[in-house]
Design a protein around this ligand. Sequence first.
Ligand code: PBG
Length: 331
Amino acid sequence: MDKLLGGIRMRRNRQTDWSRRLVRENVVTVDDLIWPIFLVDGERVRQPVASMPDVYRLSVDEAVREAERAADLGIPAMALFPFTDPALRDEAGSEALNSNNLTCRALRAIKAKGLNLGLMTDVALDPYTSHGHDGLMEGETILNDETVDQLCRQALVQAEAGSDVIAPSDMMDGRIGAIRESLDSQGFRGTQIMAYSAKYASAFYGPFRDAVGSSGTLKGNKLTYQMDPANTDEALREAELDIAEGADMIMVKPGMPYLDIVRRLKDAFRVPTYAYQVSGEYAMIRAAAANGWLDDERAMFESLLAFKRAGADGILTYFAPKVAEMLARGK
Ligand code: PBG
C-alpha cells in the first residue's frame, strides 16, 4: 500500500467517535424545526390520520396543549392546517375569510398563552373550497387575480387573529407583493411572509389531503399553478419574484426529492430558505419502518441532516416533536 497519495488516509478521521464529531460539518438542532399540525372542530379530540402514524387532527384545546409542549421543547414555530367541516366548504372558499374559523380560533387560543413560539398559517383556499383547489374557479380555470384578492383578505384575517408568519402555498402569480401591501396598509408591517416559492405538483401530498379532507373533493389536478417536477430554472425565477415582492423567507416543497432545488436557491439568493418534508415523505419512512424494512429513528435523522447539507435553514416536518424530544434527551 505505498500507492496512497501523500500518505493520505481518509479513514484516519473516522476512527473514533470524538474524531467523527470533531470533523462533522452539519448538525440538526431543535432550532431547525417547524412543526405542522392539523386542526379539527370539537373539544378533547385527537383523531388519528390513517396514513400518518402518530399524527392527529387536534381540537383547539389539544392544539394549545401541543403548542405548550412545542415551546417547552424549544421548537421555534408551528404551522397550522385546518380540517374544515365539509358543510362549511363552498365554491369560493368563503370560510377562509371567517375571522372565527378554526385556524383563527386556534391562533387566538395559542397566542393567549404568551408562549415563545411562532405561529405560521397557510394562505390558500383548498381547505375551504368544495372543489379542493387553492383558488377560485370559473369553469375549469383557476382565476389568478381574483384569487389573489381573496388571499390578501385571508392573510389579513389570519394576521388579525395573531399569525406571526403568513405562508402562501397557493402558487398564484403576484400574491406575495399583493399580500405584503395589504398587510402593510392595515398596520401589520411586522408580520413575516414565508413564500412557498418552489411548490411542485407532487404525488407526495397524498396523506396531507386526507388529513385536511381535500383528497376526495379535489376535481382534476393542480398542474396549472403548481410547478412541473421536471423544472429547476423555473424555481429560481419563482423565488426571485417572491423575494423581490417582499418574501422574508422562501420554501421548497416537497423536500427530499427536491434537495437540488434547496441548494440552488440557497446559493443563488442567500435568504432564509426552508424545506417542507411533506406528508408523503413522512408516510414513506413510517410505513417502511412499520414493516421492519428500515430503522425509523435513523432514517428520520438522516433525512433531516440531508436538508441541512443541502443548505436549508430549517425544515417543516411532522417528525418535529419526536426529534425535539430525542435531542432534549441527548438522543
Ligand atoms: C395546500 C397545501 C398542501 C400542503 C401544504 N399546503 C397540499 C396541496 O397543495 O395540495 C401539503 C403538505 C404535505 O403534504 O405535508 N395548499
